[in-house]
Structure formats: structure tokens, C-alpha cells
Design a protein around this ligand. Structure first.
Ligand code: HEM
Length: 457
């Protein structure tokens, strides 16, 4: 079957728009050409874009051995973030995944609930301070700090004080904010190098590595044993020869856990809070559920599972605004799926946002309807029509971690506070960087739920 293609002159003409609004441009191409089309600006990066859940399942799961991450993740991102799980490929990836996977089993996460709740309490104290000072809250900065502190404490328990956490957060933000330029506009790579930008950001990466090595050494020298991810990574041994990870690899994996684990959750949480301001009837239902579960005792690792409607709200929000809005794979050998050839070297662009917004899988896909994430509704849906965490063997290793932190944070904050958007703000649009941000700062005003004290911006 011949796959429709975007003409080369058109692709080149659209580069500036693609650099600014790739989600809008790719969505438009898909509307015009269907679920599968070819797109290439140069012969070097021939791309098969897809929103077809069958093709996605084939590439990520059924024939995953024929595909690996493209140079975007395996080279460009790895340059700054190192070669951890997310940026690794082939047998080295498999060896690392086997080593690290047990640390993320759902049951292991129970030990991290205490750390997550400590951060959530601090964040609520922060909201109380804002309320007392009658100040509005910047939504993304609130969720971003919560997610960064949670992943930081999950890895290092209490090894970092607040200033060190903030410093690391700033360094990671600077590195990730910069990385998008050479990735999205490869023609800028050389000028950025000449302007010293590459060197400057590589030096920032080195600072992160130095800071992490210091903490790792402190942990080793102290002889204390903690119930956190660092301990798990230090103690883990390869199945084949019983050896531990090298320091270099250990640092790579920690940086990747940070990089993959805070912006994603922070964006998901921001969109969830925003959607709840727009859907008071959904918020009411979520609160009723939280109150019912809390009547039996504080929400913990076990009772969090009873928050079924809240989980549907989280999932439906991630359908509309998937934090990882795209991913890719490269074909290692010629392949075919549904009469479509995928030649060796072709990049398959898995447009997760497009799958989630496809009328083929969702009725009125632009509408926020948490009921479509009920177990009954899911039964009739293609298993790869909802993939906020990816799929197949490279499914997000932090998926349970992310769901748990979001459930815990939302159940605390929604139960304690009322919140509305500061008036006069425009609706946020999409800002797809590496993850899917809002295109503007959204401010909310909060009230204590039980008191009628009001804070206006
Ligand atoms: C809402 C939050 C999150 C979302 C939406 C998300 C999404 C994803 C997606 C889509 C992938 C697969 C990428 C691909 O196949 O190319 C992935 C992989 C990964 N994620 Fe997450 N993630 C989230 C949170 C986390 C957290 C909290 C952690 C760490 C604690 C984490 C660590 C990772 C790692 C290490 C990988 C690479 C796995 C591998 O290739 O073996 N993620 N994530």
C-alpha cells in the first residue's frame, strides 16, 4: 500500500511552524492524509508518522526487537543526560532494565509513600502561606516543585536540603530547556556549538554529575541503609556476573529518573488542576469519593486504589494532554505492517497526542469525559489507543510511581482547598517542548475548603 506523503517543499516551508507548534501541524497533516503518512525534510530523517494504534502496537510491542530509539533520544538527549534507561538501546538497555525494574514494582513503592506525603504536606504548608498572604498561586511552579521534590526524596530520601534541591532543579530545567533547540532544529547544532552554548550546557550537566557523585559517596561512606531508590540502585547486582553498576552508569540512571520523572508528572498535574476548574461537576464527584475513602482512615498506599473515579480523571486528563506527546523508533531492518512497508532506517513517529485525539478511538475526542476511562468503556477500546506511558517492553518504568504521587497529591489538595482561576486570564493553549506544557502561566486563587475565607488575586 502506498503511504501518502507530505511534499518535501511543504515540509521545508512548514519548518518554522513545526518548530513552534508541532502538535497543531502534525494534527493538521493527519486530518488531511489519515493515520499514516510520510514526512521528510532530508533523506537522512525519513519519517513515518502514525496515529494508527495497530501500527503503534506493532512497533512498540509485537515486533519491538526490530526497533530502537532514534538519534534524538539515543544521541542528542544522551549527550546531556547520559545513557540511562530512557536514552539507552539494545542489549545494554535490556541489562539495565532487568536490573532496575524490581525497584519499581508496585509493592516496593509502598516504602516511598511516607516520602511523598512529607513533600505533599510541605506543599500544603506553602499553599497555606500563600493563602495567609492573599497571594495567587502559579499553577505550574506549584506542581513542578512538588514533582521535583517527590522524585528527589524518592531517590535520595533526606540527603538533599532545600537549597541543594532547588539548585539541582534549576540545573535540570536549564539543561532540558536548552536541549530542545538542537533536537528540533538540527541546522542550529553547529551555530549553537560555535556560540559556546553546547559547551555551556555540557558544563551544567557535569555540575549535576559532580553533585550526584558527592551524595552517592556520602551515602556509601556513612554506611546507613535507606529505603530509597538510590539504595536500590547501589545494591543491585547484574544477573550475569553479579557485579554492581559503575559509578558512571549509576549517575546516568539517576539523571534519567530525574529527567523522565518530574516534568511529565508536573505537566500532568497542572492540566488536571486546570481541567477541574473547568468541570465543577467532576470535581464534586472526585471530592465525594475522597471523603468516602477518608471516612475509613487516612489515604495510604492501599486505600489509594479505592480512588477509582480520581484515577479516571487523571487518565482522561492525560488522554487530552499527554505529557509525553510523541515518541519515536527507528526500523533496524525492512518491515511491514497492515500492507505498509517500513524500510530499514525509517523513523516511526508515534504521535501519542494524535492517537488520543483520534475519532477512530474516541467519540467527541476534544471533550473531557472521565467516564470513558471506566473499566467497562476501556474493554472495547484498542489496547494501544491510550498510551500516556508508552507500551511494550519499554513502557514507562515510573508509571505506578507517577500514578501514586498524583493520586496522593490530588486527594490531599482537592480535599483541603477550593481553587478557581484568577479572573481575566486567557485559556491556556499547548506548548509542546519535550513534554506538553501550557503556553502561559496559569494562576489560581485558593480558599480553605471548610472556611469561607477568600483570597483574591
Ligand atoms: C505522568 C508522568 C509520566 C509520564 C506521562 C511518562 C511517560 C513515559 C513514556 C511515554 C515513556 C516511554 C517512552 C518511549 O517508549 O519512547 C516513558 C519512559 C520512561 N519513564 Fe516515564 N513517564 C512519567 C513519569 C515517570 C516517572 C515518575 C519516572 C521515574 C520515577 C519515569 C521514568 C521513566 C523511564 C526511566 C523511562 C524509560 C524506560 C525504558 O525505556 O526502559 N517516568 N515515560
Amino acid at each position: 500500500m502506498k503511504i501518502p506523503a507530505i511534499k518535501k517543499w511543504r515540509a521545508i516551508r512548514d519548518i518554522p511552524r513545526l518548530a513552534r507548534q508541532p502538535v497543531t501541524v502534525f494534527s493538521g497533516y493527519h486530518r488531511e492524509l489519515g493515520d499514516n503518512f510520510h514526512f521528510s525534510v532530508s533523506k537522512l530523517r525519513r519519517t513515518h508518522m502514525t496515529t494508527d494504534a495497530d501500527v503503534v502496537q506493532h512497533v512498540l510491542q509485537r515486533n519491538h526487537r526490530n526497533y530502537e530509539k532514534s538519534e534524538i533520544q539515543a544521541d542528542q538527549m544522551a549527550l546531556y543526560l547520559g545513557r540511562g534507561l530512557l536514552t539507552n538501546n539494545g542489549s545494554s538497555w535490556l541489562r539495565q532494565r532487568r536490573l532496575i525494574q524490581p525497584g519499581f514494582h508496585r509493592q516496593r513503592l509502598a516504602a516511598l509513600v511516607k516520602e511523598m506525603n512529607a513533600v505533599i504536606q510541605q506543599r500544603c504548608d506553602f499553599l497555606d502561606g500563600k493563602l495567609a498572604r492573599e497571594e495567587p498561586v502559579d499553577l505550574y511552579s506549584f506542581t513542578q516543585q512538588a514533582a521535583f521534590q517527590i522524585i528527589s526524596r524518592a531517590i535520595f530520601t533526606d540527603s538533599f536540603d532545600e537549597a541543594e534541591t532547588q539548585r539541582l532543579n534549576q540545573l535540570m530545567d536549564d539543561i532540558q530547556g536548552y536541549m530542545i533547540y538542537p533536537i528540533r532544529m538540527p541546522f542550529l547544532r553547529k551555530p549553537l556549538r560555535w556560540l559556546g552554548q553546547e559547551r555551556k550546557h555540557l558544563a551544567l550537566s557535569q555540575q549535576v554529575r559532580d553533585q550526584l557523585l558527592e551524595i552517592i559517596n556520602q551515602r556509601r561512606e556513612s554506611g546507613t541503609v535507606k529505603d530509597d531508590l538510590l539504595q536500590m540502585l547501589i545494591e543491585s547486582r547484574y544477573e550475569d556476573d553479579g557485579s554492581p553498576m559503575t559509578d558512571e552508569q549509576l549517575i546516568d540512571e539517576i539523571i534519567i529518573l530525574f529527567a523522565a520523572g518530574y516534568e511529565t508528572s508536573a505537566n500532568a498535574l497542572s492540566w488536571i488542576f486546570y481541567l477541574l476548574t473547568q468541570h465543577p461537576e467532576v470535581l464534586d464527584k472526585v471530592r465525594q469519593e475522597i471523603e468516602t475513602v477518608k471516612r475509613k482512615g487516612p489515604i495510604d498506599f492501599d486505600s489509594v486504589r479505592e480512588l477509582k473515579y480520581l484515577t479516571q480523571v487523571i487518565e482522561e486528563s492525560m488522554r487530552l494532554y499527554p505529557p509525553a506527546w510523541i515518541t519515536d523508533r527507528v526500523a533496524l531492518a525492512d518491515d511491514a505492517v497492515k500492507d505498509m512497508k517500513i524500510e530499514q532506517g525509517t523513523v516511526v513517529g508515534i504521535f501519542i497526542y494524535g492517537v488520543h485525539h483520534s475519532e477512530r478511538y474516541y467519540e467527541s475526542p476534544e471533550e473531557f469525559r472521565p467516564d470513558r476511562m471506566s473499566p467497562e468503556a476501556k474493554k472495547d477500546r484498542h489496547p494501544f489507543a491510550f498510551l500516556p506511558f508508552g507500551g511494550g517492553p519499554r513502557l514507562c518504568i515510573g508509571n505506578h510511581f507517577a500514578m501514586l504521587e498524583m493520586q496522593l497529591l490530588l486527594s490531599s489538595v482537592l480535599d483541603r482547598y477550593d481553587f478557581t482561576l484568577v479572573s481575566g486570564q486567557e485559556q491556556p493553549g499547548l506548548r509542546p517542548i519535550i513534554t506538553l506544557h501550557m503556553d502561559r502561566r496559569v494562576r489560581i486563587r485558593i480558599n480553605h475548603r471548610l472556611k469561607s475565607q477568600s483570597v483574591d488575586a
